[in-house]
Design a protein around this ligand. Structure first.
Ligand code: EPU
Length: 340
């Protein structure tokens, strides 16, 4: 069957910021056969290609003068188990939160802290999604990806993905060279609860939870997220716009003399991660708007599109924030969101 190619296709409903740009060509792929067809198609051999999942970590600043491929390969399957683990393979086009819910229903433990993160399964390893003390890499076994240049499916194990804080090889060295088709997770038969994150512990207490379970943790995570992160279906946003910056202990100590309330968490390497939300708030940005672009009123790390902001306006706003944080604290914020 011929693939359905759309021209000058609006991406407004395909990015959670709700930015109104269009793609010169747009194709949705649902299986490997279609992927192969797209990459063999003579019309697209020379044009730039952008792979889109849930569109929850991108900011479009202009129309895309090339081909946008929406990865919509569906399916979740238990592929193996051993004494302690279940191995679940999820295809890239599945909605991340639905995979989390599937695992909770089947009592496969490990993803509960990552409840309600917007986006698709295929994008989850790109930036090693994380929240409330857990990251994708903690439950990751392997992934399969289409090698765009050589046209075959390649497997990557955990080491090969080079996961870091909101980082992977697919965001760096191998950027735009692969289309992730599936992710296999290694989940626990016996849950290994992680409720060290202060807000999570407090929420579970407030919910009056007596017997901890993966379902209770998931509910608590959803409640926290709903209370401070804007719902992309109501207000355009892409979650945290910046990463939390890492500084040396000596830097933090210097900063503490001037800013005794600065929020920092010690890392395994002895450095400290600063709460970028706090830094941005201290610079007076929380709740500010410039036109339709703004800084969320409950979480300063999240930039929002209240209606019809352009991507370039949000980018400008982010540059102003980076500048003022640098001036006040001498710390350079790095964007987490991918800019196109
Ligand atoms: N804070 C402020 N003002 C703000 C926001 C935060 O002072 O406007 C301070 C508070 O002291 C708070 C601390 O920062 O205790 C940490 O805030 P929060 O718990 O909201 O977490 P975060 O560090 O701002 C990170 C992730 C989120 C993730 C949460 C929970 C990054 C870039 N962001 O945010 O991930 O949900 O932790 O684990 O690491 C995302 O990546 O899109 C995302 C939402």
């Amino acid at each position: 069957m011929a693939i359905n190619v759309r021209e000058d296709y609006s991406l407004k409903n395909l990015n959670t910021f709700g930015i109104d740009v269009s793609a010169r060509y747009f194709i949705e792929v649902s299986n490997l056969y279609e992927i192969n067809q797209v990459f063999e198609d003579s019309r697209f051999l020379k044009c730039s290609k952008l792979i889109l999942g849930g569109g929850s970590n991108v900011l479009f600043t202009k129309n895309v003068d090339g081909l946008v491929i929406k990865n919509a390969i569906k399916g979740i399957e238990l592929v193996d188990e051993d004494e302690e683990h279940y191995f679940v393979k999820a295809n890239a086009g599945e909605v991340w939160h639905q995979l989390v819910m599937y695992c909770i229903e089947h009592n496969y433990a490990g993803l509960e802290n990552l409840s309600l993160i917007p986006g698709c399964v295929g994008a989850s390893p790109m930036q090693n999604i994380g929240a409330y003390g857990m990251e994708l890499k903690d439950s990751f076994k392997e992934l399969e990806a289409w090698n765009i240049k050589d046209k075959f499916i390649q497997k990557f194990n955990k080491d090969e993905c080079k996961f870091g804080y909101r980082e992977s090889v697919f965001k760096r060295e191998l950027r735009d060279q692969y289309l992730i088709t599936s992710v296999t997770l290694k989940l626990n038969k016996k849950p290994n609860y992680n409720i060290n994150y202060g807000a999570l512990e407090k929420e579970l207490e407030a919910m009056g939870i007596q017997d901890l379970s993966i379902s209770a943790i998931s509910k608590a995570v959803c409640a926290i997220r709903n209370s401070k992160l804007p719902n992309p279906s109501e207000i355009g946003n892409a979650g945290s716009f910046f990463k939390n910056p890492e500084v040396k202990r000596s830097n933090l100590e210097d900063m503490k003399t001037e800013f005794p309330n600065i929020v920092g968490y010690e890392l395994e390497n002895g450095n400290f991660k600063l709460a970028a939300g706090w830094l941005i708030e201290q610079c007076g940005w929380k709740g500010k708007t410039i036109g339709d672009a703004g800084v969320h009123k409950l979480q300063a790390l999240v930039l929002v599109n209240y209606a019809n902001a352009r991507g370039s306006e949000l980018l400008d706003l982010s540059n102003q924030i980076i500048k003022s944080v640098n001036t006040k604290f001498g710390v350079e914020l790095e964007r987490e969101v991918n800019i196109y």
